[in-house]
Design a protein around this ligand. Structure first.
Ligand code: FEO
Length: 176
């Protein structure tokens, strides 16, 4: 049984995940417009992963008979000065998401809601991975700032990223 406060935070988290998806879709479209097809692909995969995070939370709430209530999605920026700025914004955003996840885990533990506490462990691990990915890419783009050949190669590498559905999603419920 999920309490009112945790339900409220989970609904806010679904909104934050959908907003993340919207942000990364915007980054992907900005990169496409600038012919940075690898970066566009990387953020397109990120967009899919964020929708997946929202879906995992929805499925979890459904399984616990907690009411999912969708909230308005805030607008997102439409353009970035450079790829480096995109990844810096992505990292900043992911750090905020991490704080929100920790808040849910802490409240769930306080309320003896061990099911939600356990569900949050996956998200906590996922956040470590997402922050690390952004940090690595920030480092690579900083190192290659004056080297167009290296940036070209980086873009080609980012084009290889592929979306893979999480095992935590029920495929039969997923509409792609
Ligand atoms: Fe779903 Fe990138 O946090």
């Amino acid at each position: 049984m999920i309490g009112k406060q945790v339900t409220n935070l989970l609904n806010k988290q679904i909104n934050a995940e959908i907003w993340s998806a919207y942000l990364y879709l915007s980054m992907s479209l900005d990169a496409t417009f600038k012919n940075l097809n690898g970066v566009a692909n990387w953020f397109r995969v990120q967009w899919q992963e964020e929708l997946e995070h929202a879906k995992i939370l929805q499925e979890y709430m459904n399984s616990q008979d907690a009411k999912v209530e969708l909230q308005p999605i805030k607008e997102v920026p439409n353009t970035w000065a450079s790829v480096l700025e995109m990844f810096k914004d992505a990292l900043e955003h992911e750090m905020e998401v991490t704080c929100r996840i920790h808040e849910i885990a802490m409240l769930a533990q306080k309320e003896y809601d061990y099911a939600t506490f356990s569900r949050m462990q996956w998200f906590i691990d996922e956040q470590v991975e997402e922050e690390q990915l952004c940090k690595d890419l920030i480092h690579l783009y900083k190192m290659s700032s004056d080297n167009h050949a290296l940036q070209y190669q980086l873009d080609k590498d980012l084009a290889k990223r592929k979306y893979k559905m999480s095992e935590h999603l029920h495929a039969e419920h997923w509409i792609s």
